[in-house]
Design a protein around this ligand. Structure first.
Ligand code: LGS
Length: 468
């Protein structure tokens, strides 16, 4: 138990991973619909066509949330379900009605919605004009966000602009693993991130200028994070390398938004404008102008992040893989083989890493109010209702988070488990099971069954902390 009665316990999900109804009632196709429809792209050729069928199961989803006793539910709105062509000249009233039903149901049960505006399911029509690689998308995203504020903002008081733009820039445009599958590790991630940042800032200003006074909510991006432990803690080069890893991963977006509007110095030095120097790679990190810096600085009300695991980082200047990203950062990444494994090979539960990460954010960004928006573990087995690995994970991670709050003075405001239920885990399909509730994907009704971890998490929420 701890002294924060309004601590926001919650669970998270995202539209493409749970909704299904991929072409129902006039919804337009997203880049994930098209990507998953090509055989070979996803493990087992799984798709999100039906997923958990949440589009048709508002009541069942709310029932689970009520049983857990959560204070908030974080989900995302599917852009092509609301604007099938991506633009505000075609509004799908069925899509709007679906989110209204969900939001009204949450409010009726005292559950606050936390709504993500972009969790990766871009309308295909907008990809066709260049997607996040064209500046035109900034205004289009802003007009989608504006519509959401206007339509749902009387009830939604917590908005997330982008889910993990830092991962998407890399997986969608560097490694090319996620749609739109651009494989240009040299430049593309930095260029796209530049557009994400500007789009985020524009949406923040729209909320600030048009809605905040009447709606009184908060808005922030949600960044992916992983704690970086120096391989040799007594070696200053490894300490610097670990910090560099965090600057390239988190600081890339957080430094401009929470600090001075600009990229971290170490990024500018490693991949920025070095044209004044001889024989060095040309600049790949775009320059933020003084005007842009002013526009981006301060565009978040709270600090939201997702976290799953930790890494061990050492200084390295060798190019180990065809991807130039580690080479850019002059690091080498490993994990400790003694750390427990999970369904995703390099995703290992390391709870103490969360406490260190929270302290790093506190020090780096001046102790902002923090929300952990996603935290969880993928299980390997389809039918593990006992779910011991998740119970251990939830217990140890929450314990470390609460130590950071109680002992270290981290301004932690909320914790959300990923995920409410088993769902479509992107290119890994339905194999990793992240849910507190099991979904039977072989049954067309997609029945939901609480795992033991759901019962345990509900107990934590009731206790407002780990039960003694
Ligand atoms: O489903 C996603 C969860 C599950 O694990 C969610 O949509 C995303 O926002 C988030 O990225 N999620 C997630 N990330 C952790 C992946 C860990 C992989 C670690 C391996 C690194 C090489």
């Amino acid at each position: 138990m701890f002294d924060q009665p309004d601590f926001s316990w919650g669970v998270s999900s995202s539209s493409y991973q749970i909704e299904g109804g991929w072409d129902a009632d006039g919804k337009g196709p997203s880049i994930w619909d098209n990507f998953t429809h090509v055989p070979g792209n996803v493990n087992n050729n799984d798709t999100g066509d039906i997923a958990c069928d949440s589009y048709n199961k508002v009541e069942a989803d709310i029932y689970m949330l009520k049983a857990l006793g959560v204070k908030n539910y974080r989900f995302s709105v599917s852009w092509p379900r609301i604007f099938p062509t991506g633009r505000n000249n075609s509004i799908n009233s069925y899509g709007v009605a679906y989110y209204n039903r969900l939001i009204d149901g949450l409010i009726a049960n005292n559950i606050s919605p936390i709504v993500t505006l972009y969790h990766w399911d871009l309308p295909q029509t907008l990809q066709d004009i260049g997607g996040w690689e064209t500046e035109e998308i900034i205004d289009l995203f802003d007009s989608f966000a504006d519509f959401c504020f206007q339509t749902f903002g009387d009830r939604v008081k917590f908005w997330i602009t982008f889910n993990e733009p830092n991962i998407l820039a890399w997986l969608g445009y560097g490694e090319g693993l996620f749609p739109p599958n651009v494989k240009e590790p040299g430049d593309a991630p930095y260029k796209v991130a530049h557009i994400f940042l500007k789009a985020h800032a524009k949406v923040y200003h729209t909320y600030d200028d048009k809605y905040r006074a009447t709606q009184g909510g908060i808005i922030a991006p949600c960044l992916f994070t992983t704690w970086a432990e120096p391989k040799t803690p007594s070696d200053p080069r490894d300490i610097e390398a670990a910090d560099r890893y965090l600057q390239f991963l988190v600081g890339w977006f957080a430094h401009p938004i929470y600090k001075n509007g600009d990229y971290p110095d170490v990024m500018k030095w490693k991949v920025g404008n070095r044209s004044e120097l001889q024989n060095l790679p040309s600049s790949r990190l775009p320059v933020l102008t003084a005007e842009e810096r002013e526009y981006i600085r301060g565009t978040a009300d709270v600090f939201c992040f997702n976290t799953y695991s930790s890494k061990i980082i050492s200084h390295s200047t060798t190019r180990l893989s065809p991807s130039s990203y580690d080479y850019d950062r002059e690091i080498s990444i490993t994990v400790d083989s003694s750390w427990p494994t999970s369904a995703l090979p390099d995703h290992r539960p390391v709870a103490w890493g969360l406490r260190r990460l929270l302290n790093w954010i506190k020090e780096e960004y001046g102790n902002p109010p923090i929300y952990i928006i996603e935290n969880g573990v993928g299980a390997k087995s389809k039918s593990d209702i006992d779910d011991n690995a998740r119970i251990f994970y939830v217990k140890t991670y929450i314990d470390e988070a609460l130590k950071a709050y109680k002992v270290d003075g981290v301004n932690l405001k909320g914790y959300n488990a990923w995920s409410l239920m088993d769902n479509f885990e992107w290119v890994d399909g339905y194999e990793p099971r992240f849910g507190l509730h099991q979904i039977d994907f072989d049954n067309p009704n997609r029945p939901r069954t609480p795992k033991r971890s759901a019962v345990y998490y509900a107990e934590i929420i009731r206790n407002n902390g780990i039960p003694l």
